[in-house]
Design a binder for this molecule. Structure first.
Ligand code: DQA
Length: 142
């Protein structure tokens, strides 16, 4: 049985479309989900969004076992969460970090990612396209 790609979105990404569109674009999270579902084809995706850190970690644990790889946009937890870093390293399937914007080109507090240290790779700065590029990479890996 082929296992789907888990796509996990962190806090405030439910507000995409209206949240600082000059930075994050005009696509809603539902638009991004539809694009990814289309691009994943028969492999399929499990797409979710969570505002709390623990819920993201629970979803990463589910991906280990039920998923073949993970795309994660950890949003602000990228820059703060050792717990996410540990979970990414613990699950034993490829994890690709995604960002709509290019955090390294923004405020200093966005320059460091705890998730990148455990991720297979990172795609950032391409708006909604970051998800499609990351998905392509994940499909090639699995
Ligand atoms: C983000 C970048 C983060 O720094 C920020 O906290 C977000 C979104 C992005 O997709 O560009 O919420 O992950």
């Amino acid at each position: 049985m082929t296992k789907p790609i888990y796509i996990i979105n962190g806090p405030n990404l439910n507000l995409l479309g209206t949240r600082e569109p000059e930075i994050y674009g005009h696509e809603t999270l539902a638009d991004i989900e539809a694009m990814c579902r289309d691009a994943a084809g028969e492999r399929g995706i499990v797409f979710s969004q969570h505002n709390s850190e623990g819920a993201i970690i629970d979803q990463l644990h589910k991906a280990c076992g039920y998923g073949s790889a993970v795309l994660i946009n950890p949003a602000a937890y990228t820059h703060t969460s050792i717990a996410l870093h540990d979970a990414v390293k613990a699950i034993g399937i490829p994890v690709i970090e995604i960002h709509l914007s290019q955090p390294a080109a923004r405020e200093d507090f966005r320059a460091h990612s705890y998730v990148a240290m455990g991720a297979h790779g990172t795609v950032s700065g391409f708006g909604a396209q970051s998800y499609l590029l990351g998905l392509q990479a994940a499909l090639n890996l699995v």
